[in-house]
Design a protein around this ligand. Structure first.
Ligand SMILES: [Cu+2]
Length: 362
């Protein structure tokens, strides 16, 4: 039985880990204080402790190993178990990005958004003070059809002003939602109505354009999906999924949640699954899918002249990429940002990690 040094050895390793985060892998210009904040602070817990290999069936770790292997493995497994449990019953409260109901006023599709501060559970027990549309992060998804008049009534219940920008839409200038450039800001307690004709079609976004580094980072964002007037303009698919990246509120998130509270993506064997990747954060995120292939067919909503295949799609802030995945390989496929400090730590996976589940027919 070997007792390993705790203080000295652990401290050295902790510095090593933090050095990796600060610049060793991704470069200091990419990973800033947000990444450091998202990295588990209690790294030392993973590197100290005594060797538990006493009748457990595991072989004793060599005395110079800096980690407690069983403890580290257990933390990794706990994360996966929590993720799998989340597939059956949500392990956090709150679900964003669901389609918003609308009313028709003649030919016009009418949506209502209310901006307010809410408590948002990013991972189990981690509750952030968010700014949200209709109380959820991401905000509800607005769906319209190319060429259709759209009206969005926005009420501001925040303690500060805001505006809404229709990211990717070719709107009249005075509907573009940039405070004091195209309109007065919407002050606390006030409402504002936007009107435009939806277009071009594709995967677009809406978000604050006032104090945006804070307001968007903290949750004032959502998907704006414009369906083409001719459905043949886009590839056929059986399922349609959002994959919205953000990197401030509660750390690294997909659709407002961090692993293990991220939702799994599911499909039946052989189905064609559409993914809409959107980056509302402040960093680039290369999203990688194991075992399957992206057929990327649109950027920022615009159909590509020639679709291309890849397994890692880099989504820069503000960009949207659309891809079809043919679910032709059954299993549980990791689906994560490949900046590894956005996805894995000594405590296991966290942040921008999900799983694409391809189910075989019964
Ligand atoms: Cu990332």
């Amino acid at each position: 039985m070997t007792e390993r040094a705790q203080g000295g050895q652990g401290t050295v390793d902790r510095r090593l880990f933090m050095g990796l985060v600060a610049g060793g892998i991704t470069g200091a210009t990419v990973v800033g204080t947000t990444a450091l904040a998202a990295w588990p602070t209690d790294v030392q817990a993973a590197v100290g402790g005594t060797n538990p290999s006493d009748g457990t069936g595991h072989s004793a770790a060599p005395a110079d190993l800096p980690v407690d292997v069983d403890e580290m493995d257990a933390m990794h497994k706990d994360g996966i178990d929590a993720f799998l449990a989340n597939m059956n019953e949500p392990i956090t409260t709150g679900l964003g990005g669901q389609d918003l109901e609308w009313e028709m006023d003649g030919d016009t599709r009418v949506f209502r958004l209310t901006c307010s501060e809410v408590d948002w559970e990013v991972t189990p027990g981690t509750i952030e003070r968010a700014m949200a549309y209709n109380g959820v992060v991401p905000g509800p998804t607005l769906r319209a059809v190319e060429g259709q008049p759209v009206r969005v009534e926005v009420t501001n219940e925040l303690a500060e002003s805001t505006t809404v920008h229709w990211h990717g839409q070719r709107v009249p200038n005075d509907q573009d939602g940039v405070g004091f450039l195209t309109q007065d800001a919407i002050r606390p307690g006030d409402s504002y109505t936007y009107e435009f004709v939806a277009g071009p079609f594709g995967s677009h976004m809406y978000h604050s354009h006032h104090n945006a580094a804070e307001q968007v980072s903290r949750g004032l964002l959502g998907a704006l999906i414009v369906e083409p007037s001719d459905p043949a303009s886009e590839p056929d698919h059986d399922r349609d999924y959002l994959y919205i990246l953000n990197d401030a509120l509660g750390g690294f998130t997909i659709n407002g949640k961090g692993f293990p509270a991220t939702a799994a993506y599911t499909a039946k064997l052989g189905e064609r699954v559409r993914f809409r990747f959107m980056n509302e954060g402040n960093m680039v995120h290369p999203v990688h899918l194991h075992g399957l292939t992206f057929e990327v067919f649109a950027r920022d909503g615009y159909p590509l002249p020639q679709p291309f295949r890849c397994d890692t799609i880099t989504v820069a802030p503000g960009e949207r990429w659309d891809a079809i995945v043919v679910a032709d390989n059954p299993g549980l496929w990791a689906f994560h940002c490949h900046i590894l400090t956005h996805a894995e730590s000594p405590h296991g996976m966290f942040g921008m990690v999900s799983v694409f589940v391809v189910e075989e027919d019964q």
